[in-house]
Structure formats: structure tokens, C-alpha cells
Design a protein around this ligand. Structure first.
Ligand code: AMP
Length: 508
């Protein structure tokens, strides 16, 4: 029985030592090299007596090196947390405060930036370690001690009070998920993934670990190409990428620019999978017209349940304006649709909206070092109280259609998805509230114009450029508002809170 994801790398490196595992902007790496570099990292972690079950952050450009580091950390029986190299210092510091990492893997080139952070652990420079000669006997026995409930990674997502939440995921959850993915989509060593998802975003789990398990190749697509749809499609074609798992925003851009007419992917692409936000049928239909004979699948799920928990493989025609189902639970996962009183909504209660809750091995251990937030959403199954059984309350609303498939119907809170990024509007508002000129502020997402609107009551009207510049020190670029509006008074509801719904209705 498999206990750790490192066993995949052991097996794959033995079966396909010279096969290319990953290709990035800087080069390529075979499975044998991948494994020996990861073991070198694990050996260094051990040499530094960092211990086991400790958080190690990875502060590297998105590259094959990052993935090598993830596996090195796993071999050392610790868990990794990737930090975006563009993240503002304040936000990184908030993460470091929660995580208290024991070590960081970075490069000498990135160290200038890294040293601004409030970090007290050990520093490992990737380039000084990767080629180290190692004695496998010192590392392999340690990795064999691993059990499948060990933490594999912690990924941070937006938090409504301005403090990011670190979702802790175990090896078993990833093993289960990837077993399902590779089986469902018949992934094998002949496949090539075109990776879009940043490694701090959980969609990347599918690409990384499917590659590791099966011996497929993962192309880490240069980020800049996503702004140039034709070049992006050329890249897929030239490299014979045959599976993509992207956020809908990336697929929508291609559809909007009508880029598929310029590049024929009929002979190469075999599966288009997506997850992370709503995929509109209008743009999906564009893809389906140009590439009618391939697999399309809508995967749904939050980071807290290991990337995805339901899926719908497209098997019928849809009108442009119809919503696409999020489908049915994956194997070994159960979805409970609960009404406001926590009664179960069954699939014969068509159209009745409830909160989508998830049960199963995929559940995170909770939010790292944050028992309060954890207990709010990882709760006892309200349908039974005879034994302890956790469910995760996603905050997503859904209903069953006439086929018994789940349909997504928005959020019950103020979390949004913008260009595939998960954002708590409260995180932006907390940052804006720190400006001394501002009395009150409120954000909403204008779906029709794809923008985050910030509305403020303030002593003076600050220039938009100044607001953005100040905000950039606290929140990531993708959270910056696209429009800023000043009002003399923000509307309040009966409880004296800002009435976000009214504000949005008045302004859109
Ligand atoms: P993240 O944790 O970043 O993966 O974001 C999870 C959230 O994205 C979910 O709770 C949903 O609100 C949304 N989401 C994920 N997949 C889908 C999908 N296929 N359709 C609609 N919304 C989705």
C-alpha cells in the first residue's frame, strides 16, 4: 500500500529513467535526474537537522526546480509551502507568522528579495545542493517511515479578515485524487500536460502528480504566453501537449480572441479539463466547434478538499446561455447538499438550493495553526452524531438538475473568483481600511465587466494610482480593484453594516 507520493517518483524513475519529466523556460529534466536532485535536497534538509513534520517554504521562480524541491521536502518527511516570488512583503510576513517555517529553499539570485521577509529558519540555496552526491541509504529509510496521514503541503488562500489561511493536505488525499484522475482520463507515460496553474494554486496538483505517477511529461508553460493566445496554442502544438487542465479564464481568452482558427490542434490535443471557476458554455461551445472529438471535463472543488471533488465530463450539447453542470462526486468522495436547517437535499428535490458540503479522504487537516477558522468550516456531519465524522462546508451553493447532476449557483459569502484567483473581498477591504484617510470602504465584483469595484468614504480623494501602489504593498496584484468610486455615504443595512448587496445593485 502506498504511503507517500515519493513512491511514485521512485517507481517512475526506475521505469523511465531517461524520459523527460519536466520542461520549463530554462531547460528539461529526466525522471532519474529529478529523483537524484530531490534526494540531494532531502539529504541537505537532514544534514541541517531540521527534523520531520516541519514546514519548509519554497521561494523559487515557477520552474522544474520548484517541483524537485517539493519532492525533496517530501522525501525528508517534511511538508512544503510554495510562496509566490511576487507576493507583497506584508502578506508573505503574515504567512510566515502562521507557518513558522523551519527552512526555505531559494536561490542566491532571489535572496535579495527574500531577505526583506521576517524569516528565522535555515536558508538552503538550491543551486548549491542539487548536484550533491548522496548516499541513498541515509534518505530512503527515512522516506519509508512516512505514513499517508503525514502532511504533504500547505497552500495559502485568501482570508476574509486579511489573514491568509493555510490549507494543510496529507499524502493520502493526493494519492486518492491522482489515482482517480489518472484512471478516469487514462493518463499514461505517452501523455504530455501543459501546465498553467501556479504552484501555489491547487490546480497544479493534478499536473504535477499525474506526471509523477505515470511518467507523463509536464510542460510548465511560460506565464507570458497566456497573454498571447496564438503563440500559446503554437507552443501546445509544437510540444505535442495533449492534456490541459486550466482555469476557465485561460480557455475563455482563447475563445474570445478566436485563436483556434489559427492553430489546428486536432491531431495533438486529446483532453481539455478545467476547474476553479464557472466555465461559460458560450466559450466552451467555441472550443467544442473547433475540437469536437476530444474530452472536455468540468472539475469542481476548493483547495480544502484537494483540488476537486465533483466532475462532469461533457456528453451533450448546451445552448450558449445554459449553465454547465459540475456533475457528480468523484470516487471515494461524498457530497452532501444541506439546506439552511442542515437537512439533506436529495437529487429528486430538483432545483432546491443548498450548501455543498464534502465528506471523505480528500478533506484537508484544516487551516494550519488556525483552530478557530478550522472549526467554523470543518464540522461534524450534522446528519449523524453517533461517531466523529468531519465534513467541509464549502460555502458554495448548488442544486440538482433533472439528470441528478449538481449545478453550481454561487457563494453564500463574499468570496469571489477573479481570473481563476480565489479572493475574499474582506482581504482587500482590510488592506484599504489601513489607510488613515479612509472612513469606510466596501468591494464588490462586477461580473458583467469582470472587475473588482472599490467604493470608499474618505477625507480626501486619493488618486487611483496612489491607492493601487499602497495596496500593492499588502495584497497580490490580482486583488487590486479595477475601479475606484468615492461616495459621501455608503448604504448601511438594519444591523449598521455596509449593505454590499444594495451597493452592488445600485452601481451595476
Ligand atoms: P480554490 O480553493 O482556489 O480552488 O477555489 C475554490 C472555489 O472556486 C470553489 O469553492 C468555487 O466557488 C469555485 N470553483 C471551483 N471550481 C469551480 C467550477 N468548476 N465551477 C464553478 N466554480 C468553481
Amino acid at each position: 500500500m502506498q504511503a507517500s507520493v515519493t513512491e511514485w517518483l521512485d517507481n517512475t524513475a526506475e521505469r523511465y529513467p531517461d524520459k523527460i519529466a519536466m520542461v520549463d523556460e530554462w531547460g528539461k529534466i529526466t525522471f532519474a535526474m529529478f529523483r537524484s536532485k530531490s534526494l540531494a535536497i532531502a539529504a541537505e534538509i537532514r544534514r541541517r537537522t531540521i527534523g520531520e513534520h516541519k514546514p519548509v517554504i519554497v521561494f523559487l521562480e515557477k520552474s522544474g526546480r520548484s517541483v524537485v524541491s517539493f519532492l525533496g521536502i517530501a522525501y525528508s518527511r517534511n511538508f512544503y509551502c510554495p510562496i509566490d516570488t511576487d507576493m507583497p512583503v506584508l502578506r508573505v510576513n503574515r504567512i510566515l507568522e502562521i507557518l513558522q517555517p523551519s527552512a526555505v529553499i531559494t536561490t542566491e539570485g532571489l535572496y535579495e528579495r527574500f531577505r526583506q521577509f521576517d524569516f528565522h529558519g535555515q536558508i538552503l540555496f538550491y543551486e548549491n545542493i542539487e548536484e550533491n552526491e548522496i548516499n541513498e541509504e541515509t534518505i530512503i529509510p527515512l522516506s519509508r517511515k512516512a505514513i499517508d496521514t503525514d502532511l504533504l503541503y500547505v497552500l495559502f488562500t485568501s482570508g476574509s479578515t486579511g489573514v491568509p489561511k493555510g490549507v494543510g493536505i496529507r499524502h493520502r488525499s493526493v494519492i486518492d485524487y491522482i489515482d482517480w484522475v489518472t484512471d478516469k482520463f487514462s493518463v499514461c507515460e505517452k501523455d504530455s500536460f501543459g501546465n498553467q496553474a501556479p504552484f501555489y494554486f491547487d490546480n497544479s496538483i493534478l499536473d504535477i502528480y499525474s506526471m509523477l505517477k505515470t511518467g507523463a511529461t509536464m510542460y510548465i508553460i511560460p506565464k507570458a504566453l497566456f497573454a498571447q493566445p496564438v503563440l500559446l496554442l503554437d507552443y501546445l502544438k509544437e510540444n505535442c501537449v495533449n492534456i490541459i487542465f486550466w482555469v476557465p479564464s485561460a480557455l475563455i481568452t482563447i475563445a474570445k480572441r478566436r485563436a483556434l482558427k489559427n492553430v489546428d490542434l486536432r491531431k495533438t490535443l486529446r483532453a481539455v479539463l478545467f476547474c476553479g471557476e464557472v466555465m461559460p458554455n458560450k466559450q466552451l461551445n467555441y472550443w467544442r466547434e473547433h475540437l469536437p472529438d476530444i474530452i472536455y471535463a468540468n472539475l469542481y472543488g476548493p483547495t480544502e478538499i484537494t483540488d476537486a471533488c465533483t466532475f462532469y465530463q461533457v456528453d451533450r450539447a448546451f445552448q450558449d446561455e445554459e449553465p454547465l453542470p459540475i456533475g457528480r462526486p468523484m470516487k471515494n468522495t461524498e457530497v452532501l447538499l444541506l439546506d439552511k436547517e442542515d437537512f439533506l437535499i436529495t437529487s429528486d428535490q430538483m432545483g432546491k438550493i443548498g450548501e455543498l458540503c464534502v465528506k471523505g479522504t480528500s478533506l484537508a487537516v484544516g487551516y494550519y495553526n488556525n483552530p478557530k477558522k478550522t472549526s467554523e468550516v470543518f464540522v461534524q456531519n450534522p446528519l449523524q452524531d453517533e461517531y466523529e465524522e468531519k465534513i467541509y462546508r464549502t460555502g458554495d451553493l448548488a442544486w440538482y438538475n433533472e439528470y441528478g447532476e449538481l449545478m453550481y449557483s454561487g457563494r453564500k459569502d463574499d468570496q469571489i473568483k477573479y481570473m481563476g484567483h480565489r479572493i475574499e473581498l474582506g482581504e482587500i477591504e482590510t488592506a484599504v481600511s489601513s489607510f488613515h484617510e479612509v472612513h469606510r470602504c466596501c468591494c464588490f465584483y462586477d461580473e458583467s465587466r469582470y472587475r473588482i469595484v472599490l467604493v470608499m468614504e474618505s477625507d480626501i480623494e486619493l488618486a487611483g494610482s496612489e491607492i493601487r501602489e499602497r495596496l500593492q504593498r499588502q495584497i497580490p496584484e490580482y486583488m487590486l480593484p479595477g475601479e475606484i468610486v468615492y461616495l459621501s455615504k455608503l448604504p448601511l443595512n438594519a444591523n449598521g453594516k455596509i449593505d454590499r448587496k444594495k451597493l452592488k445593485a445600485d452601481m451595476t
